[in-house]
Design a binder for this molecule. Structure first.
Ligand code: NAP
Ligand code: ZN
Ligand code: ZN
Length: 347
């Protein structure tokens, strides 16, 4: 039997989100039914609800930063029991057989992973995300929220946390490495916390100095405004790694000039427009331009355990469901400190 649950959905592209109800599938053999407590608002929710990344599926229930409590489990579930604190991120399934899935890189599944929302599940039905009271997810795509991280501060880790942790680990960020984080929003603030916890010397590159005190408190040693041209003069050739979390197109040539020889610029931001690049910006200094997408399930669990061990969670502003549309406008205006999280009890 399916379960009817209340949710917030965009009925059409660019339309405001409104309260509705959706059906969750019957709890299958390997499924867990999660009572969602908190859902983070990721900028990707806004890109998709407004069709900034191309045609999308409506009605859309966004939300891929989900934290809650297990309410029921299928007969074959072994990882979880009723009452466990759990999380769900950006994907709820993949082929589980290709070389990337075998390597724990389900986000790069060669057949395409199944998104938590705005996707078609293996049952042929559209998936609906976390702005809802409950969700049914296969245990293989559910992770454990360790004791020591409250569920509200854990929710954003399921996307913002793993999306920054994965590249920082892949490019071996640690003591002695100079890392710049571009954009101090949801992803950026976790990038700063995680890079600092990994032992790197962290610099924030933000549009202004408005959030400087926060940046330093979060773990950065230096903070610069990118609106000031002198910043690019002063910092030329400074960084081993630049992690860009910016949601809009950037002047890549300018940022590449800030790398040391052999440095890497990793982009995780998802601008809606293509960017231009002068390839000489890479040639001079043997630089690398790279991208990274979320992280695999195993690595997501590793990230949560790392956060628990280091006392890290997201800095959040808890909102009611009827404030979602207002929160979207504030995210678009870079007015977020540093993640809006919906208290799903208010749906
Ligand atoms: P966010 O909270 O809005 O943060 C983005 C930050 O970028 C802003 O706070 C702002 O920081 C800076 N920024 C915004 N517009 C800018 C502009 N025109 N020029 C320069 N800087 C600008 O968004 P988020 O949730 O962290 O997501 C960031 C991006 O990553 C989005 O595009 C999202 O879709 C994408 N994303 C990608 C993945 C992945 O797997 N690769 C996963 C999640 C999200 P300052 O105010 O400090 O300048
Ligand atoms: Zn996200
Ligand atoms: Zn696969």
């Amino acid at each position: 039997m399916t379960t009817t649950v209340a949710a917030y959905a965009a009925p059409a592209a660019k339309a405001p989100l409104e309260r509705t109800t959706i059906e969750r599938r019957e709890v299958g053999e390997f499924d867990v039914l999660i009572d969602i407590k908190y859902a983070g608002i990721c900028h990707s929710d806004i890109h998709q609800a407004r069709e900034g990344w191309g045609e999308a599926i409506f009605p859309m229930v966004p939300g891929h930063e989900i934290a809650g409590v297990v309410e029921a489990v299928g007969s074959g579930v072994t990882k979880f029991t009723v009452g466990d604190n759990v999380g769900v991120g950006c994907m709820v399934d993949s082929c589980r057989a290709c070389e990337n899935c075998e390597a724990g890189l389900e986000q790069y599944c060669l057949k395409g992973n199944v998104g938590t929302y705005n996707a078609i599940g293996k049952d042929g039905e559209p998936t609906y995300g976390g702005y809802a009271e409950k969700i049914v997810v296969d245990e293989a795509f559910t992770v454990r929220v360790p004791d020591g991280i409250s569920l509200d501060e854990a929710a954003p880790l399921l996307c913002a946390g793993i999306t920054t942790y994965s590249p920082l680990r892949h490019w071996n960020v640690g003591p002695g490495r100079k890392v710049a984080v571009v954009g101090l929003g949801g992803l950026g603030h976790m990038g700063v916390k995680l890079a600092a916890a990994l032992g790197a010397e962290v610099t924030v590159l933000s549009q202004s100095l408005r959030k400087k005190d926060d940046g330093l408190r979060l773990g950065a040693s230096h903070y610069y405004a990118t609106s000031d041209e002198a910043t690019f003069e002063e910092l030329r050739g400074s960084f081993d790694l630049i992690l860009s979390t910016v949601s809009a197109p950037l002047n890549l040539d300018l940022y590449l000039s800030l790398l040391k020889t052999d440095g890497t610029f990793v982009n995780v931001g998802g601008p809606e427009e293509p960017v231009a690049l002068n390839l000489f910006s890479l040639i001079a200094g043997r630089k690398t331009l790279a991208g990274s997408g979320i992280g695999g399930i195993r690595e997501t669990q590793e990230m949560l355990d790392f956060c628990a061990a280091h006392g890290l969670g997201a800095e959040i502003e808890l909102i009611r469901a009827d404030q979602i549309n207002e929160a979207y406008e504030r995210v678009l205006a870079s007015d977020v400190r540093y993640r809006f999280v919906i208290d799903t009890a208010t749906i």
